[in-house]
Design a protein around this ligand. Structure first.
Ligand SMILES: [Zn+2]
Length: 167
């Protein structure tokens, strides 16, 4: 395979030229490709069958939680990262955009930067809702706990009175 045509061209702003290993094992060649600054992929180690298969990804950021019923298990997870697919037919996919992935269910969602900002604002609001729900649950448990303690004290006193009277 000949060196890719971009090997002598200057990268666009926000990009750098990096080596990429292209081709089937045994018939691979290194090409210089334009890679955005956010990309953390080693395009030699993560080789591709064809130059069209090379995608660029930033590192993952993620959140997950286990559950009362499944302690230690990743029951719900969300990850996000930046992505470009330079040869996509969809211009919005060729541009840098945001991926949100719900790990366990395997859905991948591609968001323009504007859609990503809207999702972020909505998730910040949801985070406040989760905090409010936790506060309400904690208050319910605390009040119910006080009620239980009071009831137990009253039962103990009633029992003492009965026993006292029986003696
Ligand atoms: Zn890259």
């Amino acid at each position: 395979m000949n060196a890719h045509a971009t090997s002598t061209s200057m990268p666009r702003p926000g990009h750098r030229m990096v080596p990429a290993l292209i081709g089937w094992p045994g018939r691979q060649a290194t090409a210089l490709i334009e890679c955005p600054d956010f990309c953390h992929i080693d395009h030699v180690k993560d080789w591709a069958h064809a130059i069209e298969d090379v995608d660029h990804y930033s590192d993952f950021e993620g959140w997950s939680t286990d559950s009362i019923l499944q302690p230690g298990d990743e029951v719900i997870s969300l990850t996000t990262r930046v992505h470009t697919d330079p040869v996509s037919e969809n211009p919005a996919m060729r541009q840098a955009h945001v991926i949100i992935d719900d790990g366990n269910r395997g859905s991948t969602c591609y968001l323009t930067p504007e859609m990503g900002e809207r999702a972020a604002d909505e998730l910040i609001a949801l985070a406040a809702d989760i905090r409010n729900a936790a506060r309400a649950a904690r208050q319910c448990n605390a009040v119910a706990g006080r009620g239980r303690r009071n009831r137990r004290t009253q039962q103990d006193e009633a029992l003492r009175r009965v026993r006292g009277g029986a003696v």
